[in-house]
Design a protein around this ligand. Sequence first.
Ligand SMILES: Cc1cc2nc3c(=O)[nH]c(=O)nc-3n(C[C@H](O)[C@H](O)[C@H](O)COP(=O)(O)OP(=O)(O)OC[C@H]3O[C@@H](n4cnc5c(N)ncnc54)[C@H](O)[C@@H]3O)c2cc1C
Length: 251
Amino acid sequence: MTDPAQAEAALASWRTGSLISTRRQSRHARTLTFRVPGWAPHLPGQNVEIRLTAPDGYSARRLYALAEPYSPDRVAITVDLLPRGEVSSYLVHTMRLGDQLDVRGPLDAGFSWDPETHRLPRQPLLLLGADTGVVPLMAILRARNRRRDRPAALLVYWARDAASRLYRTDLDAPDTDVEVRMRYDGLVRAAPGSTVRQIDPDDLREPAAWQGRPDPIAYVSGPDRFVDEISAMLLDRGYGDDRVNLQRFGL
Ligand SMILES: Cc1cc2nc3c(=O)[nH]c(=O)nc-3n(C[C@H](O)[C@H](O)[C@H](O)COP(=O)(O)OP(=O)(O)OC[C@H]3O[C@@H](n4cnc5c(N)ncnc54)[C@H](O)[C@@H]3O)c2cc1C
């Protein structure tokens, strides 16, 4: 889908994004949609880099998962506020419609889901995310929902608590052949080195209806320790590297 020359040009250049809509996702998270003329086609799972520049020239850059499948000249991100977060506090609380920032991308094709190469419609999707790790998984689910020959999907989403849960409207009434398992525990925000609750390996169990279908392909995203733990569990369950895609969000 992505033309290599277009992809290379996208990596090299910053474009201006104008905020055209926002949607609240939780008390401290919102989805922001920008109009970005000339934005190159992306696949769900890819990221965009955001750059904010202050009047005195100081600038800050952060990566965000693209929250929606490709649509011409549109970039959507879902941002959760981090305590004392420099960029997330601006994006969640301060930025107003019409305000502008710089964007670069699409980046990180390694984590993307390409419906054209997926063994549709038989190979199920196993989507495992914690915290804002659910954002690229939601983009994958949305791209999947647009297809007539869509694969079965299971989303397991570990959120801090019910109030922090993103995409309530979408996930409370999922498309057919999608199972959503919500899990709430302290794992994802535990301080490094502290004792964390173990993820229940049973949470990764494939639905019985998947029996007889090709082996599922897994997408895992979230905090580093979460991704490491889940990828070890997938290995134990017989998932080879060719069926596991990992996206680490840091910390
Ligand atoms: C590949 C990738 C994709 C990402 N996608 C998203 C996304 O879709 N939505 C989203 O909200 N965020 C996403 N992030 C995180 C994002 O890039 C920023 O790190 C986040 O918004 C915090 O930036 P900040 O400037 O507000 O915080 P900072 O001012 O940089 O940090 C504030 C405080 O939070 C801590 N902190 C910084 N980053 C993290 C983190 N990732 N997790 C926990 N604590 C942290 C810092 O140690 C510090 O104490 C992604 C990160 C990566 C690497």
